[in-house]
Design a protein around this ligand. Structure first.
Ligand SMILES: Cc1ncc(C[n+]2csc(CCOP(=O)(O)OP(=O)(O)O)c2C)c(N)n1
Ligand SMILES: [Mg+2]
Length: 524
């Protein structure tokens, strides 16, 4: 290895600057063009200054990084080589863009003279993510100019500021496209011995906008993904029913109306009295809420979300604000009417193993120190109906609601676990991301449970309009995509424990298993 390389000096300074600024979690997939970055990351990890996770597949790597950023609230750094490696980050980058998750992408590239001339593994990486990244920094190949050290440090702190939304914008991914010229690496300088002069950008704190609302209008608070504690506080402060999705972080407390979907769909008298909806986060799970937002007689007030942007699908919001105050006392009878209606649905669980008892068992097993990740599709909607009001840390990729990357998001979240990481998903969702079951043998053992509601295909489509119009053969081929993959073999191949459960008792035993386990729950 050469002992002098501008590429190495630059890479070492950049990563040492990120580390010194407090960025802890790094995700690397191997490649030649990115070797200086990999070496620097390895040095910092060996010195205990960062956590480095090495994965073989960039698609999975990026969802891992997304999970870690979700769990930590801090940026994850992703290091890749050039070409299709970069493109493989795209699904997770899109999800991060739509759900405000900070990612710093370090994508290695060829220098200018090797772009557009047919050089190997070279494509146009500038703009590859279009508007899904907050900013692209197109960094020319380092050549050893003395100013490059200060530039690398400035780039690190700029990247942190942009991806964290310190400028007042929504957090999200940022791409540093880094060209490197040969020699592509050296052993010196050791990144762990550098001490760059890092100054973080200031955090811009915009002045919150208020809306003053009349108390007399019967109001419900809708909490979608990313809503958090603010929705609960508002509903409780003014005595409004709280219609909270399971991954909203707001499905707690006495105002949560768990059976809200059924009330909206089946109790037109009560639902018809709603005069105002206040929306927090991004509601995505049911048509009933969306329909409500389109009703001409319903006033819509949207609270801006730091991470999910603002949600105004009906384009009828009379106010898009940060906070709300009310002009008078709110009538308590309104909330009582919702509570009463809700009680008719919330009765004791069944003793056979169905989707409802599956959801209830998973919630019962999950304690405040645990993490719960919900895949897209049918089971999160079952949770929207059956999950109790309980302070559980729930995550779900609702930015774009893809079924992809769910295993990797969960294992990424598990990197910061304080208890057990439990994830509930459909069978196609598991199979879509099966390669993310690969375990890095150098990482410490963790408790990860993947609970698969196995109904042999995509059963969510059975509830949609095409199921009514198509014959069953066409429906199965075009939508359900039946599968008969042997999950036991999958578990064996990747080194996970496996249990197949058919009764509630077997399920609750499985939910207290330590280590990594695939729990195959057969549903009809
Ligand atoms: C990446 C991606 N591709 C396709 C879809 C459309 N889609 C939504 S749900 C679903 C089927 C999921 O099946 P499964 O995971 O078995 O869940 P189930 O509904 O059967 O419980 C598909 C293909 C999607 N959301 N994301
Ligand atoms: Mg299924």
């Amino acid at each position: 290895m050469s002992n002098s390389s501008p590429a190495q000096v630059y890479a070492a300074t950049l990563l040492a600057s990120l580390a010194k600024a407090g960025v802890r979690n790094y995700f690397l997939a191997p490649g030649a063009r990115s070797q200086a970055l990999a070496i620097a990351a390895g040095q910092l990890a060996d010195a205990g200054k960062i956590n480095l996770h090495v994965r073989l597949d960039e698609r999975s790597l990026a969802f891992n990084a997304l999970g870690a950023a979700l769990a930590s609230g801090e940026p994850s750094v992703i290091i890749t080589t050039s070409g299709t490696a970069v493109a493989n980050l795209h699904p997770a980058v899109l999800e991060a863009n739509h759900s405000g998750v900070p990612l710093i992408l370090l994508t290695a590239d060829r220098p200018d003279e090797l772009r557009g001339v047919g050089a190997n593994q070279t494509t146009n990486q500038i703009g590859i993510f279009f508007d899904a990244v907050r900013e692209v920094f197109d960094v020319q190949a380092p050549s050893g100019r003395p100013t490059e050290i200060a530039e690398a440090t400035k780039l690190a702190t700029d990247a942190i500021g942009v991806c964290m939304g310190y400028d007042g914008e929504q957090p999200g991914p940022v791409q540093l496209n880094l060209a490197f010229r040969e020699p592509l690496s050296a052993i010196e300088p050791n990144a762990a011995t550098l001490d760059p002069a890092v100054a973080l950008p200031e955090i811009f704190d915009p002045h919150p906008e208020f809306a003053l609302l009349t108390a007399a209008v019967p109001t419900v608070v809708v909490a979608g993904a990313g809503a958090g504690g603010d929705a609960v506080e508002l509903a409780e402060a003014f005595g409004w029913p709280l219609l909270a999705e399971p991954s909203s972080g707001s499905r707690v407390g006495a105002n949560a109306i768990l059976g809200y979907r059924k009330i909206l769909e089946q109790q037109p008298e009560l639902a018809g009295r709603i005069g105002r909806v206040i929306v927090f986060g991004k509601p995505t799970l049911g048509r009933a809420v969306i329909k409500l937002l389109f009703k001409p007689e319903v006033e819509v007030v949207v609270i801006r979300s730091r991470v999910m942007g603002f949600f105004d699908v009906s384009q009828r919001a009379t106010a898009i604000v940060d906070e709300i105050t009310v002009d008078d006392e709110v009538d308590f009878e309104w909330l009582e009417a919702w509570r009463k209606a809700d009680q008719s649905f919330t009765h004791a669980g069944a003793n056979k193993l169905d989707r409802r008892s599956l959801v209830e068992a998973v919630w019962a097993a999950t304690e405040p120190q645990d993490d719960l990740i919900l895949g897209a599709s049918r089971l999160i909607r079952e949770a929207d109906v059956w999950a109790p009001a309980k302070a559980v840390r729930v995550y779900s990729n609702r930015g774009l609601a893809g079924i992809d990357g769910t295993v990797a998001t969960a294992t990424g979240i598990s990197l910061l676990q304080t208890g057990t990481t439990r994830t509930l998903m459909g069978d196609l969702t598991l199979l879509h991301d099966a390669s993310s079951l690969a375990i890095d043998p150098t990482e410490p053992a963790r408790n990860i449970q993947i609970i698969v509601g196995n109904d042999g295909g995509g059963s969510i489509f059975a509830g949609l309009e095409m199921a009514q119009s198509l014959d069953s053969k066409s429906f199965d081929r075009l939508f359900k995509t039946p599968q008969s993959v042997d999950i036991w073999h999958l578990a064996q191949a990747y080194g996970w424990q496996y249990v197949r459960v058919e009764t509630p008792a077997e399920l609750s035993a499985a939910l207290s298993t330590a280590g990594r386990i695939l729990i195959d729950v057969r549903l009809d």
